[in-house]
Design a protein around this ligand. Structure first.
Ligand SMILES: NC(=O)c1ccc[n+]([C@@H]2O[C@H](COP(=O)([O-])OP(=O)(O)OC[C@H]3O[C@@H](n4cnc5c(N)ncnc54)[C@H](O)[C@@H]3O)[C@@H](O)[C@H]2O)c1
Length: 323
């Protein structure tokens, strides 16, 4: 089977590609080819099967048509302009997160219509679709009420993914990711970027600022867990999703203070001393609009994996990203 990852040069896209290359099969079918598509040239991945590295802009229809020139069986649609950037640059966020995602859905639907091979499309949504007047604890079925342009664009694609699936245009699954931490590499323009940098950078002897207070609650998941859940999403029979193909993924709620304590437990007290505490009203406004507590019963019933502690996430980071 052929797999495509849009945003295949990004943080999760690269980890997902490495994992798929490593396991070599999906749903008991051998992976014959992986295509990594990104607006920036994706880094190479060690694999026994051929891997295509494709520079493509999903907001450009002819780039997207070219991505589907060969049949694709499973699409992990991860390409996006992240939250902070989509908020400051509305036009870019709308063009990529909304129009670009529609281009991917339409190309997948065209494949179904012209070749009779309906692709599974797994969409990286976000808990940023929730907020506003939603309850503090989000259970399944709570009305979407995004408080950012990014969250709104994700919510709009969720609705289309559901409708395209209902119509039999594609076989969609939308996963609302918690904040994925600890993210390796450099800080990005996500409003949640500090939720990684205060661990990642301080564990590597650098300073990092925390723009919110210690008691700020974070709904988070580890990169290893989210990759496992993307792969799991491809294996669930469509009928098991019932009437909604989109769901909240499992995660954990810890306050920033609790997360720092767990980092200290694993890696000692030095890292915390490198955190500065200067509040940033702009970041605070965005992240306060998100929810910190979820009850993802549907995802758990469907067998998605949950995190057991943030200490595990620190250990994974040291093993996977520092070593
Ligand atoms: N990391 C998180 O905490 C988190 C939380 C919730 C949702 N998500 C979602 O998960 C997905 C992956 O997130 P990530 O953390 O790996 O982000 P990332 O920024 O590392 O990766 C996104 C990739 O998309 C690419 N991209 C941007 N515009 C593009 C375009 N026009 N055409 C093609 N590629 C383009 C970027 O170059 C980047 O490599 C995104 O859709 C994001 O919204 C992530």
């Amino acid at each position: 089977m052929k797999i495509m990852i849009t945003g295949g040069g990004g943080f999760i896209g690269q980890k997902l590609a490495r994992k798929l290359a490593d396991i070599g099969q999906l749903n008991q079918r051998e992976i014959s080819r992986i295509a990594l598509a990104d607006i920036q040239q994706p880094d190479p991945v060690i694999a026994s099967m051929p891997v295509d590295y494709i520079k493509a802009d999903i907001s450009n229809k002819s780039d997207v048509a070219a991505l589907f020139s060969e049949e694709v069986d499973v699409v992990f649609h991860l390409a996006a302009v992240v939250s902070g950037e989509a908020e400051t640059n509305f036009d870019l966020g709308r063009r990529v997160n909304l129009d670009g995602s529609i281009n991917i859905l339409d190309a997948a639907a065209r494949q179904t219509a012209t070749r009779g091979n309906m692709p599974v499309v797994i969409f990286a949504s976000s808990v940023a679709v929730h907020g506003g007047e939603a309850p503090e604890l989000i259970s399944d079925g709570v009305e979407l009420n995004p408080q950012t342009s990014y969250g709104t664009q994700k919510a709009m694609i969720e609705l289309l993914l559901q409708d395209y699936s209902r119509k039999g245009f594609l076989n969609g699954r939308g996963l609302r990711l918690p904040t994925v931490t600890i993210r390796p590499g450099k800080a990005n323009r996500a409003a949640s970027s500090f939720m990684s940098s205060i661990f990642r950078d301080t564990l590597q002897s650098e300073h990092a600022n925390c723009p919110v207070t210690r008691n700020f609650p974070v709904w988070h998941t580890a990169p290893r867990t989210v990759v496992e859940n993307f792969i799991h999403a491809a294996s669930i029979p469509a009928a098991n999703f019932g009437y909604n193909r989109n769901l909240n993924l499992p995660g954990r709620t810890d306050t920033i203070g609790e997360m720092i304590n767990q980092m200290t437990e694993v890696a000692g007290p030095e890292a915390e001393k490198r955190i500065t505490w200067n509040r940033d009203p702009q970041i605070e406004k965005i992240v306060m609009g998100w929810r910190g507590s979820f009850r993802p019963e549907k995802a758990l019933a469907l067998g998605f994996a949950a995190d057991h502690s943030f200490a595990d996430s620190v250990r994974y980071f040291l093993e996977d990203d520092i070593a």
